[in-house]
Design a protein around this ligand. Structure first.
Ligand SMILES: Cc1cc2nc3c(=O)[nH]c(=O)nc-3n(C[C@H](O)[C@H](O)[C@H](O)COP(=O)(O)O)c2cc1C
Length: 158
């Protein structure tokens, strides 16, 4: 059977990182993220309703959107196929914390610091609306990881 139209779309691959005031933190893999206002002022992030990331994002109201580089393929299994409820995803993970105490991945192309301003129901995901506070480019020389790249490498299906 032919692939359905939305499967032709490509997406950049990110990790959403967050931390609560009492020190719990998490990181996932997320591709359904887009800018939604001129000048890069707002972003929307679709987060799975059952995942630990959404639970912590709702508590903390802050997150970083880390734009992953092609060389970070090991993070797919580590952050995107396990839950932070069961494993410490930060063990040996290259990261620092920003001035808010929110982690960011130091080997990513860069990261966007966000403040949550609202959310909307979206089926099995929740769309989290964010104001962009700051954008930081860490490694302009690196190539952005995309869903098509992961498919070519056999790391995702569909
Ligand atoms: C390529 C890829 C793309 C993904 N995109 C999303 C996404 O856009 N939103 C989301 O909530 N989860 C997405 N996931 C799934 C989560 O990363 C995954 O469920 C993760 O284990 C959640 O961990 P947590 O329970 O620690 O939050 C994606 C996973 C992969 C491998």
């Amino acid at each position: 059977m032919a692939r359905r139209l939305l499967k032709y779309k490509n997406y950049d691959i990110h990790s959403i990182t967050t931390a609560t005031p009492d020190g719990r933190r998490n990181a996932n893999i997320a591709m359904w993220i887009t800018q939604t206002a001129m000048g890069g002022k707002m972003l929307c992030v679709a987060l799975d309703k059952t995942d630990y990331t959404l639970e912590l994002v709702k508590e903390s109201g802050i997150l970083n959107v880390n734009l992953l580089a092609e060389e970070q393929t090991k993070l797919i299994a580590r952050l995107g196929r396990k839950s932070g409820r069961d494993t410490d995803k930060f063990k040996n993970l290259a990261c620092e914390t920003d001035e808010r105490g929110c982690p960011y991945l130091t080997e990513a192309v860069g990261y966007v610091q966000c403040q949550v301003t609202g959310s909307a129901d979206s089926g099995d995901h929740e769309v989290v609306v964010c104001e962009v506070l700051k954008q930081t480019v860490l490694h302009p020389e690196k190539k952005v990881m995309t869903h098509h790249f992961l498919r070519e490498k056999g790391l995702v299906r569909g």
